[in-house]
Design a protein around this ligand. Structure first.
Ligand SMILES: [Zn+2]
Length: 391
């Protein structure tokens, strides 16, 4: 269960030209090529749902006013959403003064369910069923062999197991994968899973007959922290695991980059005299602060623990200070085994960042752990499905 949903979605009027609907997907939407009545209908439904998400109560008149739709169009959309069970109409707003109190509309958080799968963990596949506001309602996992190429069959098996737990219609399935993922759901490269140009979304859709999306796991985590954590409007998520990856949310959108590689910071050289990395270069960030590299150094010199962690956190903080200054992000969320990525490490990141940037411009940059624990990737993937398939 998640403590509370932090934010609704930003809303823009769709009245001007009708084509200005904001993009809630994780990537830029492809150019609109001709818009039929079905597109208009879908867009209008999405606009109304975005207004009500996650827990806003509005009257039909509010909906018309805020979407820019005519009263009769708004009412038609609302009626179709009520018929589909997505929203309910009940309750009355308490108003002072004359006039009839309004009946209010709200989203039913249990009207649909989402299956989210995380294939980025080294020894297990894990999946959950959530409702529309990120409450976990079922969970399943499968052990896999670390380092072996991952086949599609166990993913299908896990999805089918979770499907048996559904008690509402399934909105869609999301898969969080390591590596780079394009907007069609093809994993371009995920070395740990042995995947290169594997159309995961298409293959899963063929097997299970439901819409599937695939996202990079660090991007999913960033979205999870943004939506369900205490992330600020603009935030950066850094995951320290076998490698080092990051995700960034700017202006309500996850940044993915032209080649879908935004956040692949692990193999950026930060010390040209450093040790040779598995990629062949020397002194990549990953050689200095991935979990395996840190554990190796800590095991070799246990009495130097604080010095090693302070130095490694300092390198990460130094590396992050420039993108922080470029973007104005003031919230850095770090995840990683707390035995290693401890308070000493986080304090070193914070000191390195805050001592480098100009406080007059940027204020105090927060460096903190995620509040969502190990489910952060799954919750983020659930949000990704929600945003791309309903809102
Ligand atoms: Zn490297």
């Amino acid at each position: 269960m998640v403590g509370g949903i932090r934010k609704g979605l930003k809303m823009e009027s769709t009245r001007s030209g009708g084509m200005g609907a904001p993009d809630w997907h994780m990537e830029a939407r492809s150019p609109v090529k001709g818009v039929g009545p079905e597109d208009v209908r879908r867009r209008n439904r999405n606009s109304v749902l975005r207004l009500l998400y996650p827990d806003h109560w509005l009257s039909r008149a509010d909906v018309a006013k805020l979407t820019g739709l005519s009263k009769s169009s708004a009412s038609g959309v609302v009626t179709s959403l009520i018929d589909d069970g997505l929203i309910h109409e009940e309750g009355r707003r308490i108003i002072s003064g004359p006039g009839k109190p309004a009946v209010l509309l709200h989203l039913d958080p249990n009207a649909r369910q989402i299956i989210a799968i995380d294939v980025s963990r080294p020894t297990e596949l894990i999946g959950v069923v959530t409702n529309l506001v990120g409450e976990i309602q079922a969970r399943a996992q499968l052990l896999v062999n670390e380092g072996e190429q991952l086949d599609i069959d166990p993913i299908v098996e896990l999805i089918e197991e979770l499907r048996d737990e559904l008690n509402a219609p399934l909105l869609g399935v999301g898969v969080a994968s390591p590596g780079t993922v394009d907007r069609s759901g093809t994993v371009l490269k995920a070395s740990n899973l042995g995947w290169e140009n594997v159309p995961i979304a298409a293959r899963l859709e063929e097997r299970i007959g439901v819409g599937v999306r695939v996202d990079n796991n660090a991007n999913a985590a960033a979205l999870g922290e943004y939506q369900y954590g205490v992330g600020r409007e603009d935030m950066m998520f850094v995951q320290i695991a076998q490698g080092v990856g990051a995700g960034m949310v700017l202006n309500d959108q996850v940044v993915v980059g032209t080649l879908f590689s935004a956040g692949e910071i692990g193999h950026v050289v930060v010390d040209s005299n450093g040790v040779i990395c598995r990629c062949g270069k020397r002194g990549c960030l990953e050689t200095m602060t991935s979990l395996p590299s840190l554990r190796k150094r800590l095991n070799a010199e246990p009495s130097e623990r604080d010095r090693i962690l302070t130095q490694a956190g300092g390198v990460l903080g130094q590396t992050l200070s420039m993108p922080i200054a470029m973007t104005g992000i003031d919230d850095i969320v770090i995840s990683g085994d707390s035995e290693v990525i401890d308070d000493v490490y986080l304090a070193a990141v914070s000191y390195a960042v805050n001592s480098r940037i100009d406080e007059e411009f940027f204020g105090k940059i927060t460096v903190r752990r995620t509040q969502l624990g190990s489910d952060i990737v799954l919750l983020g993937e659930s949000v990704a499905v929600l945003r791309s398939m309903l809102l």
